[in-house]
Each structure stands twice: as structure tokens, then as C-alpha cells.
Design a protein around this ligand. Structure first.
Ligand code: DQA
Length: 144
């Protein structure tokens, strides 16, 4: 099972940005956590991070025919991007939405998620482990 893990804007700043919300571990630490989790589940993972909406759309399109699943933390684009939702629906690859923080407990403008409508599941508020939880959801989905 080949999984593409996509991270949106400002997630490359993990460890620096708002540590009281996102913690002090870095983006590289996140990749280590996900790699270890994927190994344990027997899944193969590749990573992509961009601060640009169009680059994220391009990457989702590139995943077509290459990956069996997508784990996506669209970050701020969660709350604004119909383009990301359309891209996920266009490729038809099972996708799980992840948020490090529990967005339900945060500002009103974070209560909308466009991508959620194209995802088979959502994980939030579990920190970096949430990405591994998302891998498990994909694995269970694929194994039927
Ligand atoms: C986030 C939550 C979003 O609201 C925010 O814009 C992010 C990160 C999270 O992982 O908790 O950048 O997706």
C-alpha cells in the first residue's frame, strides 16, 4: 500500500509556529513519526509539503494511478479550498483528513472543512500520532 502524506501551508514551520498549539517537535520529527508508524503497518509512505494551493492540487493530481491512499493535512486551506476538495474527488483516491490540533475547540472560521466532504475519515487533536491513526483508517478501508 503506497500512501502519499500531504501537508499544507506553515506545517514546515512546526516546532517554531505556535508551540503552545502544535508542540515543539519539528516537521522532520513529524516525518519520522509517520515513517515509523507506516513501517509498523507495512505501508509505504511518501511526503509532500507546500505553502501553495496550486502546488497541492498538482500533487493530488500526480497521485492518480500512483498511490493507493492519501493522508492530507490541508492546514489553513482546509477552511477555504474548494480546489483541494475537487482534486481529491477528481482522482478518487481514498483520503483521510488530519489536523494536529483539535479544530473543534478553536475559532469559528476553523469549523468549516471543504476537503472533509471528499474524505473517508477525519482525525483531529491527536498530535503527530493522528497521522498514524489516519494510516490505520486507510489500511482498514482498503482491506475492506
Ligand atoms: C491545522 C489546523 C488549521 O486550522 C490550521 O490552519 C493549520 C494546522 C492543524 O493541523 O491543527 O495550519 O490543520
Amino acid at each position: 500500500m503506497k500512501i502519499l502524506v500531504i501537508n499544507g501551508p506553515n506545517l514546515n514551520m512546526l516546532g517554531i509556529r505556535e508551540p503552545e498549539i502544535y508542540g515543539s517537535a519539528t516537521y522532520d520529527d513529524l516525518l519520522d513519526t509517520v515513517r515509523r508508524g507506516a513501517d509498523g503497518l507495512g505501508m509505504e509512505v511518501d511526503f509532500f509539503q507546500s505553502n501553495h494551493e496550486g502546488a497541492l492540487v498538482d500533487e493530488i493530481q500526480r497521485a492518480y494511478g500512483v498511490y493507493d491512499g492519501i493522508v492530507i493535512n490541508p492546514a489553513a486551506y482546509t477552511h477555504t479550498s474548494v480546489a483541494l476538495l475537487d482534486a481529491i474527488k477528481a482522482v478518487g483516491i481514498p483520503a483521510v483528513e488530519v489536523h494536529i490540533s483539535d479544530v473543534r475547540e478553536r475559532e469559528d472560521f476553523r469549523q468549516v472543512s471543504y476537503v472533509r466532504k471528499g474524505c473517508i475519515g477525519t482525525v483531529m487533536g491527536e498530535g503527530f500520532d493522528g497521522y498514524v491513526h489516519a494510516l490505520r483508517i486507510l489500511k482498514e478501508h482498503m482491506e475492506g
